[in-house]
Design a protein around this ligand. Structure first.
Ligand code: FEO
Length: 382
């Protein structure tokens, strides 16, 4: 069940959705009880209510995650089925009350590993915090070896293909972008969830965004790579320029890195979208921020890029700041501060007063040497 949101172009007023998205809900009918797993974004609740028109009785509503794109239609489900039992994780219970106004006494907490019988079908609840809020849990339908995962393993992709096997390359691209934007900050938790899930026999994975994974190993293997692989021989250069000095430095650095067999991708942060930068952070070993100085700090475009980089917590190993200034400034120090939790080795910054000069280009050459030396054992990016 659920709704395809073909036209949505922004999520959380932050994440671009070039391919729209979907909000998937799942109806599980047992011989004695019927359960609904997740709902849909409140903007599209009528689509779900229409699908439920022929479902006279609903016994259980499983809220796997409280973010409103999945739980937001729960109050309408309660109106339609006044006796339905809401089940959630311990952490979700007060959050459902806070975010949806549903009284806590309507909610039954299930523990990690607890089961709920629907008669000839059994739901097992698996706590999986931080995918993508602290309260998230998964639901395993034992008899059919189906795992419902809400945000985890999803993709922001509006398509009428029910299964990801219909177009693996397109789903893989959308799922990687989704991983970068939403899941990457929680890579540590994801590694531990993958270990936990290895004990389950899983044939089908049903996320609450994008197609169903009828071949579960497709998405499990992809997550294993994204969360565990070493970063690749790839330097990202998010940059902006005001009067051309920083652009000259970027051009020189790209040529120097190319001479040293280092792959480079540059992102003009005036125009680049968040997703295209985020998805390359999954693989990059190094980022070099390139910024002119505005007053005493980085240009606001690079404030955004560096704060975002820190928030996404990629596997970066090395970082640097290059750029220009008019009279003085602390753009390098402030850019580093904005990166917050990034655990990278910071290489020496390169800054020039006004236009770059011979010594600026020599310093960029030394920066390229330092990066190439650190990248020499790394694999090429995909
Ligand atoms: Fe799709 Fe965290 O909600």
């Amino acid at each position: 069940m659920g709704a395809i949101d073909w036209d949505r172009r922004l999520f959380d007023e932050l994440i671009p959705l070039p391919d729209g998205t979907s909000y998937n809900a799942y109806l599980v009918r047992g011989s004695e009880k019927t359960a609904l797993i997740d709902t849909v974004d409140p903007e599209m609740s009528q689509a779900l209510l229409d699908q439920l028109a022929s479902v006279e009785r609903l016994d259980v509503l499983v809220v796997q995650h409280v973010e409103q794109d999945h739980s937001g239609s729960a109050p309408l489900i309660l109106e339609k089925y006044p006796d339905v039992k809401i089940v959630s994780s311990m952490k979700a219970k007060p959050m459902i009350a806070d975010h949806l106004g549903i009284p806590e006494e309507r909610i039954t907490v299930v523990e990690d590993g607890e089961t709920l019988s629907l008669g000839n079908r059994t739901l097992e609840f698996i706590y999986a915090p931080w995918v993508h809020w602290p309260e998230t849990m998964l639901t395993y339908l034992r008899e059919d070896r189906v795992l419902f995962t809400c945000d985890l393993f999803g993709s922001h992709l509006a398509t009428n293909d029910l299964f990801s096997s219909a177009d693996h390359p397109r789903v893989c691209e959308a799922a990687k972008r989704y991983y970068a934007e939403i899941m990457m900050p929680f890579a540590g938790q994801i590694r531990s969830h993958l270990k936990k899930l290895a004990d389950y026999e899983i044939e089908v994975i049903c996320p609450s965004h994008g197609p169903v994974h009828d071949n579960s190993s497709f998405i499990l293997d992809a997550y294993d790579h994204w969360a565990n692989d070493l970063p690749k021989n790839l330097v990202l250069i998010p940059h902006t320029t005001m009067h051309g000095s920083t652009a000259m430095m970027v051009d020189h650095l790209i040529a120097a890195l190319t001479d040293r067999n280092v792959h480079v991708e540059m992102f003009d942060m005036t125009r680049a979208d968040l997703g295209s930068y985020a998805v390359r952070l999954v693989d990059a070993a190094t980022v070099v921020f390139a910024t002119p100085t505005v007053l005493v700090g980085p240009h606001p475009n690079i404030v955004f890029a560096s704060y975002l980089t820190g928030a996404l917590r990629p596997k970066l190993k090395h970082a640097a700041v290059i750029g220009s200034f008019g009279w003085a400034g602390k753009a390098a120090e402030k850019t580093k501060e904005l990166c917050g939790a990034v655990q990278a080795e910071w290489l020496d910054p390169v800054f020039t007063k006004g236009m770059p000069k011979a010594e600026t280009f020599e310093a960029l050459g030394r920066l390229a040497d330092a990066i190439a030396e650190r990248h020499k054992e790394l694999e090429a990016p995909e």
